[in-house]
Design a protein. Structure first.
Length: 145
């Protein structure tokens, strides 16, 4: 049953498929996993059997949503809803943006005012919807006693 939750304490092994620009779109990469992330299944709000994958974020167009350069995001293969943050292929280029619909037409919006809205000329294909954000703190200076 797809709406059931994974067993408590179980681990999900999520493939990491490289990086995605949170900036201006760029051409997509291959589909072979670079590495894997193991995460407790009950920490993700996805149904049992959901297809998930991870990407590392590059650039700064999503800083207003708290997504920073170097973060990793976990995405689920599913249809997007208005307001979701998505990995998308827009006119042959990949990017991470907020998915919005205006007058029945979808477009993508950055969470940084330095970047314009992206309105597809030909196609907009959502590759995944963000379900989690992972951040590993950079080296934090230690306080001296």
């Amino acid at each position: 049953l797809l709406t059931s939750r994974p067993p408590a304490g179980s681990l999900l092994r999520i493939p990491v498929f490289g990086t995605i620009p949170a900036g201006f779109p760029r051409g997509g990469g291959g589909q072979e996993a670079d590495s894997f992330i193991s995460i407790a299944a009950d920490t993700l709000h996805v149904p049992s059997g959901a297809h998930t994958f991870a990407l590392r974020v590059r650039r700064d167009s999503m800083t207003g949503a708290g997504i920073l350069d170097g973060d990793s995001i976990i995405l689920e293969f599913r249809d997007p809803h208005h307001g979701d943050i998505v990995a998308a292929l827009i006119d042959g280029e990949t990017t991470l943006k907020r998915y919005l619909v205006r007058r029945g037409l979808p477009y993508l919006r950055a969470e940084n005012p330095r970047y314009p809205d992206l309105i597809p000329a030909r196609e907009l294909v959502v590759q995944g919807v963000m379900v989690a954000l992972l951040r590993v703190p950079h080296a934090v200076p230690r306080l001296r006693p």
